[in-house]
Design a protein around this ligand. Structure first.
Ligand code: S3P
Length: 429
């Protein structure tokens, strides 16, 4: 049994930073990942006046509510969709002026999903170049107070929810959101752990959440928390272990049920998955995950499950390519709007490697086989495409060259060394 830790969860780290900066008092965060995306959030918060001090080795000290200001230059969100969308909500609610921009890939991703409901709240936001895309400018000082919002998003997105909750929190405006499916609930959990009244009720397959911020006169308590390991990063190592017949234990990983779709699918495939809860950090369950390599069956993923494993589909697609039979993913059209068009990149790369794979408008059909795969894959600069094909290439009998291995640093610096450790048992770090 190989044992390994993965970097801190990116989704949680972004939220810890932002909510610590909004708290009344000083917060200390540990286990912060060195991921480039999280660095983008840190830099943007500093530009807005947030006092975030990097103590090294994943420790950050944050002085809460230091006074927000309009940054003198644009906020660079880099490659990070979570930074861009959450900060749009934050800035709109804070009532400061800022321009948000991102790298080429981020500038291709849709922003209307947060801009539209924020505009409905009265936020003054305009695109400086192309509708629905960064860069965008928020005239917070011109917005005045925001209006209460009741909203049914077209797609269920945790980033949209978080952006609206942040706008509600900072402008003390009521927000109610009804999602068709329940997205990851990190923002709600952390806010509740800080004392904010967030009410959630199941509704059909989805959820209604309410934040009566206008009648809440409290302040957010500071955070003293360690970021749980990232289950989305763990997924690539788990796939590599299963493909090479290695039993693997990951220590200190986030076990939030709204991120549990990947482990659920593995169990359905016949993998023995054991989880042990070891603690809770700011409302987030943490524990150990063990997977025991076993004979696996193909899987079928439907729309309702997608929000619980949206970032793990690249890992599952490469796993499917080695399991005889047909695995199917449906209801995942939003994967075309990620750091790359993930459905297109997965399908074309699998085909390049000799795997039969059909690209559907909202998913994939992968015809798995034991035949070895060989070839060069293109990542389009997308960290999860790089890591997925890295895991496949590490399987016995497979030889895959990833054109841009470095892009894994966006979420998992040290991935290639960790992969080697999992598949060969050698610790090259
Ligand atoms: C994230 C939510 C998901 C996910 C992304 C991180 C977050 O996106 O794909 O990597 O931190 O809220 P959507 O909210 O668009 O589903």
């Amino acid at each position: 049994m190989i044992e390994i830790c993965v970097p801190g969860d990116k989704s949680i780290a972004h939220r810890f930073l932002i909510l610590a900066a909004l708290a009344e008092g000083d917060s200390v965060l540990t286990g912060m990942p060195a991921s480039l995306d999280v660095r983008s959030t840190t830099a943007c918060l500093r530009a807005l006046g947030g006092a975030v001090e990097d103590g090294g080795a994943g420790r950050m000290a944050i002085k809460g509510s230091t006074g927000w200001r309009s940054p003198t230059s644009g906020l660079d969100c880099g490659n990070s969709g979570t930074t861009a969308r959450l900060l749009t909500g934050l800035v709109a609610g804070l009532g400061v002026d800022a321009e948000l921009r991102g790298d080429e890939s981020l500038s291709r991703r849709p922003m209307d999903r947060v801009v539209y409901p924020l505009q409905a709240m009265g936020a003054q936001i305009r695109y400086t170049d192309r509708r629905d895309h960064l860069p965008l400018r928020i005239e917070g000082r011109a917005s005045g107070g925001l209006r209460a919002l009741r909203y049914r998003p077209r797609i269920s997105s945790a980033q949209v929810r978080a952006a609206l909750l942040l706008a509600g929190l900072t402008s003390r405006t009521d927000v109610e959101i009804l999602d068709r499916f329940r997205p990851r609930d990190h923002t709600e959990r952390i806010l509740r752990s800080q004392g904010a009244p967030i009410i959630s009720e199941p509704e059909g397959a989805g959820e209604r959440i309410r934040f009566p911020a206008s009648s809440w006169s409290g302040g957010l308590k500071p955070l003293a928390a360690a970021v749980p390991g990232d289950v989305s990063s763990a997924a690539f190592l788990i796939v590599a272990a299963l493909l090479s017949g290695t039993d693997l234990t990951l220590r200190g990983v986030g076990l939030n049920p709204t991120r549990g779709g990947f482990l659920h699918v593995l169990s359905e495939m016949g993998v023995e998955v054991r989880t042990v809860l070891t603690g809770v950090q700011a409302g987030e369950p943490v524990g150990d995950i063990s997977v025991i390599a076993s004979t696996m069956h193909p899987f079928s993923i439907e729309e309702a499950l997608v929000p619980r494993l949206v970032d793990e589909i690249p890992a599952l697609a490469v796993l499917a390519s080695r399991i005889p039979g047909v695995s199917v993913v449906r209801g995942a059209g939003d994967l075309r709007m990620k750091e790359s068009d993930r459905l297109a990149f997965l399908a074309s790369n699998l085909r390049t490697l000799g795997v039969r794979c059909e690209e559907l408008t909202d998913g994939l059909r992968v015809h798995g086989a034991h035949a070895p795969v060989t070839g060069v894959v293109r990542t389009g600069g997308d960290h999860r495409i790089a890591m997925a094909f890295g895991a496949l290439g590490a399987a016995p009998g497979c030889q895959v060259t990833v054109d841009d291995p470095q892009c894994a640093d966006v979420s998992f610096p040290g991935y290639w060394e960790a992969l080697k450790q999992v598949t060969t048992g050698e610790d090259s770090r």
